[in-house]
Design a protein around this ligand. Structure first.
Ligand SMILES: Nc1nc2c(ncn2[C@@H]2O[C@H](COP(=O)(O)OP(=O)(O)O)[C@@H](O)[C@H]2O)c(=O)[nH]1
Ligand SMILES: [Mg+2]
Length: 244
């Protein structure tokens, strides 16, 4: 039987980007009937017509649903959508499709077929390509990933922040409830807890085209990231057994 795959698209004020994203994503998954795909648009806190537009699209596209929450935070939206899912593989990708969809089958296969509990897109390994990234984002991203390696030598991954990840049912059940961050540090926390728990992490090289339309406030997000690393480094990372 085909593995079930839920693709979550976290969105905050994305009324312009959603229709194009869904059209392109469905064109892609229609070409890949080897998986049983569903798509969830996860909106929290949008003040534009994002929810209405996503709901209209859900009436047209098969197996498309909308998940909403009042409180903001990308991590919060992902936690909800991933834990409410019952799919074998739970993916998320950013609405701007900065990561080329050609990497999606490999991402899913790592979890569905190859025994990894987590698979992540990476812009920092051999075979990846990055286009149009501003120097500021490139430096912040590389600097942050270096900092992770200083705090946690050999973490098992090179790029914590690519908006293109997949987790297994086991990861969603056991690790997602342990993640405290509800915003941008969510991804790093997931990966560090997964590494500490001995869960296999597969990094997939991606083709990334930067989209200048961003909701990230670089200075405050970087500070939250550093605080998150300090919390995990000095208070310890929870593991499924230590909290059981
Ligand atoms: N649900 C939800 N999605 C968010 C939130 N903040 C950002 N996003 C989404 O997260 C994805 C990545 O955001 P983006 O601003 O493109 O980040 P960047 O690519 O790192 O600049 C996009 O799909 C955003 O709409 C939030 O608070 N809630
Ligand atoms: Mg983006």
């Amino acid at each position: 039987m085909a593995a079930t795959v839920d693709i979550v698209i976290p969105v905050l004020n994305e009324e312009v980007a959603i229709p194009f994203c869904i059209e392109k994503l469905y064109a892609f998954i229609d070409q890949h009937p080897e998986r049983d795909w569903r798509v969830v648009v996860a909106d929290n806190g949008s003040s534009d017509r994002t929810t209405e537009i996503a709901t209209e699209l859900a009436a047209v596209y098969p197996k498309l649903s909308v998940s909403t929450l009042d409180q903001r935070g990308r991590g919060r939206a992902l936690k909800k959508a991933w834990t409410e899912s019952d799919a074998d593989v739970r993916v998320y990708m950013d609405v701007d499709l900065s990561t080329d969809l050609m990497s999606l089958p490999l991402l899913v296969a790592a979890v569905a077929d190859d025994g990894y509990e987590v698979a992540i897109g990476s812009r920092l390994i051999k075979g990846s390509e990055v286009v149009d990234r501003t120097l500021k984002r490139e430096i912040t991203s590389r600097g942050y990933n270096m900092l992770i390696h200083i705090f946690f030598p050999f973490p098992g991954f090179k790029d914590a922040q690519c908006g293109f990840k997949a987790v297994s049912r086991k990861t969603a059940d056991n690790l997602i409830p342990l993640i405290r961050d509800n915003a941008w540090f969510f991804d790093t926390e997931l990966l560090l807890i997964a590494g500490k728990s001995g869960y296999g992490i597969k990094e997939i090289p991606v083709h990334w085209e930067d989209d200048p339309d961003t909701r990230v406030k670089i200075a405050s997000t970087a500070w939250e990231d550093v605080k998150g690393l300090l919390r995990l480094r000095f208070k310890g990372r929870p593991t499924p057994t230590s909290t059981a």
